[in-house]
Design a protein around this ligand. Structure first.
Ligand SMILES: Nc1nc2c(ncn2[C@@H]2O[C@H](COP(=O)(O)OP(=O)(O)OP(=O)(O)O)[C@@H](O)[C@H]2O)c(=O)[nH]1
Ligand SMILES: *[C@@H]1O[C@H](CO)[C@@H](O)[C@H](O)[C@H]1NC(C)=O
Ligand SMILES: *[C@@H]1O[C@H](CO)[C@@H](O)[C@H](O)[C@H]1NC(C)=O
Ligand SMILES: [Mg+2]
Length: 408
């Protein structure tokens, strides 16, 4: 036990020392003194996320890497680094198309030109197009892992990492058979994402470097101006915005950015309703709370837009209860053509956009789907009290959501 600790400690020291010397090495190398780099000097950072994680947490992981790369661009010796975005593939929640479809690029869901204004990002297919070779060769994959014991002897949480040689890792690289990997290195990691540069600098000549389990590193700073600039640059794909706008105009009769004639709800069910019973209400409890909350906060609004992943029978039950309370209930029910064009991921974003423009929003506790709507409403400029609301469980404590106000 004692020996193991000493060993880990020496590894940690070793990694800190070696990282420093290598850092010096690279600042003399590769790009010229003015910091300009030729195309052949370009380097690419890839990342992927633990397979069960959903779309909206992945968006937050993207932001951590994008901010890391945007910051790096300000430093002369890192100006040649680009971020390659992992295709969307086999997402657990995408029941309609997830298992059969091919990997999808980010531009299906986002406006890549807007994202490129914040950080040097590319879709994987853009990298494929740049390579003359038949295969894409990744020099090194660092498979990140959590430390078993995140806290030190005095309960402190410090940033640290160490190479871990006996680990099992099976990369799947989105099932592409034309991606090859030089070496896989397992790394235990905890702390801020910019510390990943120390890991990268273990092998400063690498041109293609990938991190898997990219959800493990944390934001450098959560909620600062950088964070919000990055978030603002994540504009949605124009077709999705247009579809949402058409719905708001035709079905909700709203023709402005901040609508004043409907309330929106994100009613998360499925795994939340099954395994988080202490945090989410029953169907009857949902109807009762919506009635009370809407009467209290918005006086005479009768239109409710509901975004939900609920099964059809649950959805119908809620709609019936709300209609009995004389509300007019709206859902975006995509046609078959809509599904084929936008896919599950796009349909969910259209729901999020419609929620984001409502006069008043009520979300689901601890859902990243809801968090992304909170952020969008901050960007649009709604008053926080119309945004940071949640559904409560039928009984027991109900903490208010944390308010993360935009920083301009
Ligand atoms: N169309 C639509 N899809 C939804 C809705 N709510 C959830 N989903 C689907 O379920 C997924 C939710 O998973 P995540 O994106 O991980 O968000 P979350 O599960 O609410 O939050 P975490 O578990 O904390 O990450 C979404 O990406 C959608 O695919 C909804 O209101 N409308
Ligand atoms: C790898 O295969 C995919 C799918 O067939 C293809 O789109 C891509 O261009 C290929 N990459 C390279 C570098 O040839
Ligand atoms: C809806 O809310 C109003 C105002 O709080 C209340 O008077 C009414 O009884 C509620 N309706 C139902 C069906 O709960
Ligand atoms: Mg989830």
């Amino acid at each position: 036990m004692c020996n193991a600790k000493a060993f880990i400690f020496s590894l940690f020291i070793y990694s800190v020392l070696s990282a420093n010397t290598i850092e010096e090495g690279i600042s003399n190398g590769f790009c010229d003194a003015k910091g300009s780099c030729s195309e052949s000097d370009e380097k690419y950072l890839l990342f992927d996320v633990n397979p069960p994680e959903g779309f909206n947490l992945r968006r937050d992981v993207y932001m951590r890497f994008a901010i890391m790369l945007a910051e790096a661009r300000k430093k002369e010796n890192k100006r040649n680094w680009n971020l390659v975005l992992p295709p969307w593939y086999n997402l657990y929640h995408w029941k309609n198309d997830g298992y059969m479809s091919k990997p999808m690029p980010w531009n299906k869901f986002f406006d890549m030109n807007a994202m490129k204004t914040f950080a040097p990002v590319l879709d994987l297919y853009e990298v494929f197009q740049k390579t003359d070779a038949k295969k894409l060769h990744i020099d090194r994959v660092y498979a990140l892992q959590n430390f078993e014991e995140p806290f030190g002897p005095n309960g402190e949480f410090i940033d640290k990492w160490e190479v871990n040689n006996n680990c099992v890792y099976n990369g799947y690289y989105w099932d592409y058979d034309n991606i090859t990997v030089g070496e896989v290195v397992c790394v235990k990691f905890q702390g801020r994402i910019s510390k990943l540069w120390e890991v990268i600098m273990l092998h400063p000549n690498d041109k293609f470097v990938m991190f898997d389990n990219g959800e493990i590193p944390l934001h450098n700073y959560y909620g600062d101006r950088n964070f919000w600039n990055c978030r603002k640059s994540m504009k949605y794909n124009k077709n999705l915005v247009a579809r949402a706008k058409r719905y708001m105009e035709n079905d909700l009769n709203c023709h402005k950015e901040k609508c004043d004639n409907y309330v929106s709800v994100h009613w998360r069910r499925q795994d939340f309703a099954r395994s988080r019973k202490k945090e989410v209400p029953s169907i009857e409890g949902t109807a009762k709370q919506l009635n009370e909350s809407i009467k209290l906060h918005t006086q005479d609004i009768v239109n409710i837009f509901i975004a939900t992943d609920a099964a059809e029978n649950e959805r119908n039950t809620l709609v019936k209860l709300l209609e009995e309370m004389t509300f007019k209930v709206h859902l975006y029910l995509p046609s078959k053509e809509d599904f084929l064009q936008y896919r599950d991921g796009g349909i969910a974003i259209i729901d999020q956009i419609i929620c984001a423009h409502a006069a008043f929003f009520i979300g689901t506790h601890d859902s990243t789907f809801t968090f992304r709507i909170y952020e969008e409403r901050e960007i649009i400029g709604f008053e926080p009290h119309t945004t940071f609301n949640r559904l409560c469980p039928d009984k027991g404590r109900c903490e208010k959501p944390s308010v993360w106000k935009i920083v301009q």
